[in-house]
Design a protein around this ligand. Structure first.
Ligand code: CP3
Length: 342
């Protein structure tokens, strides 16, 4: 096995960690903005396999990252299940809302998603033939809780209030949404793997707003079910789990859900994570994405500190969350040089 990303995921400690960035294909890159304009809008880009593959490859060509992540969005799955989805420029996603049992009735079954998602699978197929031999292809999906927060509220929310209200007020409907998403996510990711994804990542961006037993039931248990089933169908498939903002609930999470790698945000220190989390396996993270805007010596120092903190175990270098549109592409190169050049 020569791909450094796969070696780190298998638990190997490498002299230089593999690197990629969340949202590495995105608006901070002029070539991304040009291709998106050609596609018309963001969703048309997601559903155009040639152009989606092109934007996936752009950061690989520019920076030589060790991994490429499929260009798509976590909200394509609810759309495939029958939710309305559109993006308001400068604001973010909008979806039809689910406020009770009748909202569920309009949704399709877990096996009825593939026709809608066929262009995504085609993007994966194109990429697996087009990537450099040492670049690993990552497929992904949103975790059920995070996707449910958007389906219930119809948009991103600062505190996931509507989803928590449904969870407490109508546990039956809420539980049915989580179960449907859990099973549909297995089918969706399984098809990505069959199309050529070598690793899958589960994004639970809002896991941090679940507390106590709710975290166990709606973040941990669905991740465990998805990972267990995917690994049964695809033996040896490496999985990255990202229960963002989980704080002390990061401890033991990877082992509990069966993930090969725990991705962490930048609210926890690399030193703490190296001590408390890395003994369980590979850690991915965790530079503050603001450094991609501000740059300078602080970026270099912080990058080196993270590499140093994780140097005695398996590590994949990444940001703690997605790179933002106001980032300077030159700062990305500075970060890569600091990781690779020491
Ligand atoms: O990382 C990558 O480069 C791969 C592609 C990818 C996108 N979204 C493209 C995208 C991935 C892995 C995602 C995941 C995603 N999408 C998450 C989980 C990760 C996270 O950021 O917490 C979430 C919550 C979404 C939902 C979503 N998509 C939101 C809330 C928004 C609007 C906010 C924003 O950044 O504009 C999007 C839009 C989106 N998804 C863009 C991209 C490149 C920007 C759209 C554009 O080009 O106008």
């Amino acid at each position: 096995m020569t791909k450094t990303m796969l070696r780190a995921l298998a638990g190997e400690t490498l002299p230089t960690p593999p690197i990629w960035m969340m949202r590495q294909a995105g608006r901070y890159l002029p070539e991304y903005r040009a291709t998106r304009a050609k596609a018309g809008d963001f969703l048309s880009l997601c559903y155009n396999p040639e152009l989606a593959a092109e934007v996936t490859l752009q950061p690989i060509r520019r920076y030589g990252f060790d991994a490429a992540i499929l260009f798509a969005d976590i909200l394509l799955l609810p759309q495939a299940l029958g939710a309305d989805l559109w993006f308001v420029t400068g604001e973010g996603p909008r979806l039809s809302t689910i406020t009770g049992p009748e909202g569920l009735k309009g949704l399709k079954g877990k096996d009825d998603i593939h026709e809608h998602l066929a262009p995504v699978y085609e993007t994966v197929r194109l990429l697996s033939g087009a990537l450099p031999a040492d670049t690993t292809l990552i497929g992904f999906a949103g975790a059920p809780w995070t996707v449910a927060t958007y389906m219930i509220a119809g948009r991103g929310t600062p505190d996931q209030g509507p989803a928590h209200a449904l969870r407490e007020g109508d546990p039956e409907t809420f539980g049915a949404i989580i179960d449907l998403l859990t099973e549909a996510t297995i089918e969706y990711l399984s098809m990505q793997v069959e199309a050529g994804a070598e690793v899958v990542k589960l994004f639970d961006s809002w896991a941090g707003s679940l507390r106590g037993e709710a975290f166990e039931r709606f973040a941990l248990a669905p991740a465990k079910r998805i990972i267990t089933e995917l690994k049964a169908r695809h033996p040896g498939l490496p999985v990255i789990a990202f229960p963002r903002q989980a704080g002390d609930k990061y401890i033991g999470f990877a082992r509990a859900v069966g993930a090969d790698c725990l991705a962490i945000d930048n609210s926890v220190s690399a030193q703490w994570a190296a001590e408390m989390l890395q003994p369980d396996g590979c850690i991915q993270g965790n530079l503050d994405p603001r450094h991609m805007v501000t740059g300078g010596q602080a970026l270099i120092d912080e990058t080196r500190q993270i590499v140093e903190a994780f140097r005695n175990g398996p590590h994949i270098f990444n940001l703690g969350h997605g790179i933002t549109p106001d980032a300077d592409p030159e700062n990305v190169q500075l970060m890569i040089d600091a990781v690779r050049g020491g």
